[in-house]
Design a protein around this ligand. Structure first.
Ligand code: IMP
Ligand code: MG
Length: 185
């Protein structure tokens, strides 16, 4: 497929993404062996990563999903418009998580506001354990600290698309991670 307009450069190829997901999945398989693992992802961005990760994890697991609305659904650089940390649940999980080993699967941890909100919300439901696994980590933009247990890639301070990450709801289906220049799209 030819690169769509606005795609500046590929940061991680599909092969690199898949290889790294397999490595992280192997760590998770070892760590959660014999436990009651449930992967939880936020619609829609993290679903792509959750699916690939779950396929590569070699122990039994459950999945569940929630949806949130947040100021983060804007364009990078434009995102200071809303009050930081304004996040709410638009669709809740289907099932309780009490006494389960929960891994929150994220597409990207950026400022950390979304992840912190999710952690606080999930922690209140008394899971046995609560961890974070993210495809991308952009620590240079972190405002609130969150404990990331598993990360596939650290990325620079540029807007990226692919592997579930969107620009105006598009490009989630790219198999690679690319830097995007919204001006040129
Ligand atoms: P945080 O609350 O600042 O950590 O925002 C995280 C959310 O912002 C992610 O779940 C994405 O939906 C969105 N986001 C942040 N950076 C990017 C990016 O580079 N590309 C696409 N979406 C992004
Ligand atoms: Mg988004």
């Amino acid at each position: 497929m030819t690169a769509p307009p606005g795609i500046e450069r590929v940061l991680f190829t599909e092969e690199q993404v898949n290889q790294r997901i397999r490595e992280v999945a192997a760590e998770i398989s070892t760590k959660y062996q014999g436990r009651d693992l449930k992967l939880i992802a936020v619609l829609k961005g993290a679903v792509f990563f959750l699916t690939a990760l779950a396929r590569a994890i070699e122990i039994p697991l459950k999945v569940d999903f929630l949806a949130i609305s947040s100021f983060g659904d804007q364009v990078h650089g434009n995102r200071q418009g809303g009050a930081p940390g304004m996040v709410r649940i638009a669709k809740d999980l289907d099932h309780p998580i009490q006494d389960e080993d929960i891994l929150l699967v994220e597409d990207i941890v950026d400022t950390g506001f979304t992840t912190r909100y999710l952690l606080q919300t999930l922690a209140g439901r008394e899971p046995r354990s609560l961890g974070i696994c993210t495809l991308l980590d952009r620590t240079v933009r972190r405002i609130v600290q969150v404990p990331v247990d598993y990360r596939c890639f650290e990325i620079p301070d540029r807007f990226v698309v692919g592997c579930g990450l969107d620009f105006k709801q598009r490009y989630r289906n790219l198999g690679y991670i690319a830097v995007m220049d919204p001006e040129k799209s």
